[in-house]
Design a protein around this ligand. Structure first.
Ligand SMILES: [Zn+2]
Length: 400
């Protein structure tokens, strides 16, 4: 019989990717929940303080008559859409929103974005990154899965952050609002605590990299190289490294800020606020709000779970995750109070992964096999914990 946490979905065992044990303590909760008990009071305090400061910040900014009060990076998914709705409707901010189309949208997302920004009366800009730039990154990320999402780290650090920074510079916008949700802020907070980092209010300082580091591009690149090295060796590592650096160099040559821009960004004074995380404590409520503004999830999501509604690359990764991995992912949401255990299980088992759509996306990226180029491929014990090999075999049969 499996021994499951009373509070979240974690079960007793060893987390081989993060190299730490999951134990069920004598009180029936797991060690992660137990650890969180210690910190949750401080975290809630940060949240109350940020909520209190929020109205004051918004009032001050409104008085100053900027071109725009706030910038919202709108991915079209549920969380950034929520941030945009709250900014405009609840706080009456004059918002500029922008979307970077990286070729990773589900069908219909552009239309959803147009409709939402029209209904709200918000100025909005689409930026399209050419497929030839993003596809090699997506291909690389998917064929070296199990490294914790190389595609996400590089997309965020080398594409998203520099484009966002230029918006701030060009329009002199005093507030950035992010759609990060409560569990993401909570997990980030815990991670930083465990790293022994100095903690600022995680709801009011959500983009530390944008503020403090000169050569910030090196950080995600080094992180990814370390992961590649952990999971490959010898010639394979050298080959992967060369390919990876070609991809990142191409992105850097297109989007990196030059030194005077970096200097200017460092001088900028702006707030970056996790508005969705501050305002939304229940996923049910969030969906009710979104429904009122006619936001609908993409019709061709790859599973029944309402996660990563803005990126079909993430959709593939989520669809092939094992139940063990999903337990871990949903446990974070349960700990944050966004869903109950029952609601999480309902989402996980609502639908079988949609093989047809998953294969269509993989074909679009040029795959004829869902391969894993790391040590021992999908047979690596660690990867077996993370990805469902039976489903991968089925996908590969369908791809042929
Ligand atoms: Zn637990």
């Amino acid at each position: 019989m499996i021994n499951e946490c009373n509070r979240c979905l974690n079960v007793e065992g060893f987390d081989s990717f993060f190299k730490k044990p999951i134990r069920i303590t004598s009180s029936g909760v797991c060690n992660i929940c137990k650890e969180w008990e210690k910190y949750s009071r401080f975290f809630q305090e940060f949240r109350s303080i940020a909520r209190f400061q929020l109205s004051k910040i918004f009032e001050t900014v409104k008085k100053k008559e900027y071109e725009y009060d706030a910038l919202v990076s709108l991915s079209g998914g549920k969380d950034s859409s929520t941030a945009l709705i709250l900014a405009k409707e609840k706080y009456k901010l004059n918002v500029l929103s922008f979307t970077i189309d990286k070729g990773n949208f589900y069908r219909g997302v552009q239309e959803t974005i147009n409709e939402l920004t029209d209904n709200l009366g918000v100025d909005h800009i689409f930026i399209k990154v050419p497929k030839s730039v993003m596809v090699p990154l997506f291909r690389f990320g998917i064929s070296t899965l199990s490294t914790g999402g190389i595609q996400c780290k590089i997309c965020a650090g080398l594409v998203h952050i520099p484009i966002l920074s230029r918006f701030l510079l060009n329009h002199n916008i005093p507030i950035v609002l992010t759609g990060l949700d409560l569990w993401e802020i909570q997990d980030g907070y815990l991670f930083n605590l465990n790293q022994g980092m100095k903690i600022e209010n995680p709801f009011l300082y959500t983009l530390p990299n944008l503020r403090s580091r000169w050569n910030k591009y090196q950080i995600p690149i080094e992180d990814c190289l370390n992961l590649l090295q952990r999971f490959s060796n010898g010639q394979t590592f050298l080959r992967l490294k060369k390919e990876f650096l070609q991809i990142t160099n191409n992105l850097l040559s297109r989007y990196r800020l030059n030194s005077s821009e970096i200097e200017a960004v460092n001088k900028l004074k702006f707030y970056d606020i996790a508005l969705t995380a501050l305002e939304i404590s229940s996923k049910k409520r969030q969906l009710e709000l979104l429904k009122r503004y006619r936001w609908a999830p993409p019709r061709d999501l790859y599973t029944g779970e309402l996660v990563g509604t803005d990126c079909k690359i993430g959709g593939v990764v989520n669809a092939i995750a094992t139940f063990k991995q999903k337990r871990r992912m949903w446990s974070s949401r349960i700990r944050a109070g966004l869903v109950t255990k029952e609601e999480a299980l309902e989402e996980i088992f609502r639908k079988k992964p949609n093989l047809t759509s998953i294969c269509a996306t993989l074909k679009e990226l040029g795959f004829s096999q869902l391969e894993n180029r790391l040590i021992a491929g999908w047979n690596n014990r660690i990867f077996g914990d993370l990805y469902d090999i039976n489903l991968i075999n089925e996908i590969n049969k369908n791809l042929n």
